[in-house]
Structures are given as C-alpha cells and as structure tokens.
Write a protein that binds this ligand. Structure first.
Ligand SMILES: Cc1ncc(COP(=O)(O)O)c(C=O)c1O
Length: 361
C-alpha cells in the first residue's frame, strides 16, 4: 500500500504576479502568514467533523474571553452567510429588518436575506451610513398594522459600507432605541476590527457592552480565508441557529480550518495589527491626494476606505493600471480600499499616479 503521508507535494507555480496589489477591496488580499501558519498547524491527523473538533472548542473559549463569557459562536464560510443566518435566528417568521440603504444586506447580497431568510429589508437613507435614534424614530414602522411586515430586528454595520465608524456611545443610543421597541440589534461586523482599531477600543466595547445582541464577526477582510462567525451575545433573543446554519448551507464539515484561522486572528492582537495597518494606509492615501486639484474628498476617512470624487475619465484611465471600483457612477465617486497587505510604496505610487493624471489634464 502507498504511504500517502510521505508523498512529496507537487510544486504549484502561481499564475499571477504575487506583487500585484490594487485598491479595489480588502477581499482582494491573500491570507496573512500567521493565519496560513495556523491552517497548516491544524492540518494532519483526524478531527471530528462539523465543529466537534478541538479548534472550534478553543475558538469558543477565545471569543468568550473577547466578547464576554456568555457568547455562542457559529463559524461560517462568508459574511453574507453570517448576516442571513444571524438575521433569521433572531426574528420570528413574519418579521422584517430595518437597515440603512447602503447596508450590505440590502445593496450587495442579491436579496439573500429575502430569498434565503424570507426577510424583507426596509431601509433608511443616511448621510454617513449610520443609523441614529432620530432616524429610527422618524421611520414609519407601522407597528401593529397587519398590512406591514413588522420590524423585528435592526441591522447596523461597523465600520460602515461608506468607511465611517460608530463610536460605542452611538451604538448604545441605537441599541436603546431598538430595545425600547422590543426589537433585536444585529451588527454586521465584517470590518469590526477596523472600527475598533480606529477608535482604540476592544471588540467588546463596540458590541457586548453597548447592547448588540447578535454579531456577524469578520475574519476574511483582515487576513483570513473563508472564515467568519455568527457570535450570539444575547442567547435569550436567538433560537435554532444550529439548524438554520445547516439549512443555510453554512455548516462546514472541516470546521477546524475556519476555527483555527479565527483563533489566529482573535486570540492575540493580529486582528488589531492588521486593521491598524489597513486604516493607516487609507489615511496615508487620503492625505497624499488631499491637495490635488480636482480630487474631492467628500467623506471622512475613519477606517480603511477612501471615497473621493474625481472626473470619470481620470478614474477610467487610472483603472487601466490600478484596480478599484466606481462607488457611485452618477457622481463619479470611487472607492479606494486598503487591506492588511497594502504597503506604503503601493499607496505612494498610486497617489503619484493620481497626481500625474490630474495635473496632465
Ligand atoms: C459590510 C459587509 N458585510 C458583509 C459582507 C459580505 O461578505 P462576503 O462577501 O464574505 O459574503 C461584505 C463584503 O464585502 C461587507 O462589505
């Protein structure tokens, strides 16, 4: 019989330039070496499948320490899955969701909350991607009207889809407004690490301590590969997550590899190091283009994204060399996103290209 454990690995040559980096998304970055090392360390030997492994047990301890002892942790593959699962688990069959019009669950999940979760998402326009008690109070929620899908959960995102950050006090105020109405507060924390790093606070101060009931915790954007988790902070407000995760096709058989990555990020300070770095690169980029005529910085840079407006033709020419997206085609607003692996040299070269493009016009 062949001994497969001693087979030499077949060399695999990358088919892209490993030095290529742009500003399109923090999801474009690869896996952080410490996370990759954790995956490798968890490899070898057998572990019980579907989450009954030692890594998932350890992850529960780690996130218990990070968020508070009472948490329940459900590792999943992606952020959309985490959101749809969290929203479903904390709402009755007839309820709907309230979020901002820029919320990923509304704008960028192809209707997954509606299709998979059966949850209508009602939205509020905001100036900065953030809900407030005032905006919630002004929303015509038609409580008690049997012709309207009754709101059961409010979803906020931190850092937001437009790069702004909620402070702990702002989340507390939203949580109070939500709980006064008997609703549940969900936080899309796809970039929670960037928000906490920007504010210099811990993850608990932005969640458990300020009334968040259920959290989608991001790992992928700060250096993991296919690793997110639903973290339940108010277990009494949630039901059936274990079955919903399977029905939503988010139950990983080889869960140890998701859990090992999240341990690597959250057991120590890797999450903060990576987020601080990505945020600092966005700040550097914003500072570098601030004085360039024709580049308008219309939103505050609070986390790892810059959202400037520049002439469409200039963006299109820059896009021939650097990857990034239009955020709003009508205004010419673009999104420049920095990742854990963005370098100062990347930023400086890009800023210089923006300057050259704008001054040669
Ligand atoms: C704020 C926010 N939430 C959730 C997600 C969903 O993540 P995924 O693409 O892993 O489903 C994203 C992805 O870009 C996001 O930006």
């Amino acid at each position: 019989m062949t001994d497969t454990t001693t087979t030499e690995p077949t060399p695999f040559a990358p088919i892209h330039d490993p030095a290529e980096r742009g500003f399109a998304s923090d999801n474009y970055a690869g896996i952080h070496p410490e996370v990759l090392a954790a995956i490798v360390a968890a490899n070898g030997g057998h572990q019980v499948a579907y989450g009954e492994d030692v890594y998932t047990a350890r992850l529960n301890e780690v996130l218990g320490e990070v968020f508070g002892a009472a948490v329940e942790v459900y590792p999943v593959f992606n952020g959309t899955g985490a959101n749809v699962l969290a929203l479903q688990a904390a709402t009755p069959r007839w309820a709907s969701v309230l979020a901002t019009s820029t919320a990923h669950i509304h704008a960028d999940e192809a209707g997954a909350p509606e299709r998979i979760g059966g949850l209508r998402v009602n939205v509020i326009d905001t100036p900065d991607g953030k809900l407030t008690p005032e905006l919630i109070a002004a929303y015509p929620d038609r409580t008690g009207d049997e012709h309207f899908a009754q709101i059961g959960i409010v979803s906020i995102t931190n850092s937001t889809e437009v790069g702004t950050v909620y402070t702990p006090a702002e989340i507390r105020a939203v949580a109070d407004a939500v709980h006064e109405r008997g609703w549940v507060l969900h936080l899309d924390g796809s970039r929670l690490s960037n928000a906490a790093a920007a504010l210099g606070v811990g993850l608990r101060e932005l969640t458990t301590d300020v009334g968040v009931d259920i959290l989608s915790l991001g790992g992928t954007k700060i250096g993991a590969m296919l690793a997110e988790a639903v973290v339940v902070l108010s277990p009494e407000r949630v039901a059936g997550l274990v079955w919903l995760r399977m029905q939503s096709m988010q139950l990983a058989s080889k869960m140890r590899f998701i859990s090992a990555q999240l341990i690597a990020l959250f057991e120590g300070d890797l999450w903060r190091r990576n987020a601080l770095h990505a945020n600092a690169m966005a700040r550097r980029l914003s500072d570098a283009v601030a004085g360039i005529e024709g580049v308008r910085l219309v939103t505050r840079v609070e986390a790892n994204a810059v959202f400037p407006i520049l002439p469409r033709v200039a963006s299109e020419r820059l896009m021939e060399r650097f990857r990034f997206y239009f955020w709003d085609e009508t205004t010419g607003q673009v999104r420049w996103m920095c990742a854990w692996d963005t370098t100062e040299a990347d930023v400086d070269a890009f800023a210089e290209a923006v300057r050259t493009e704008m001054t040669s016009r």
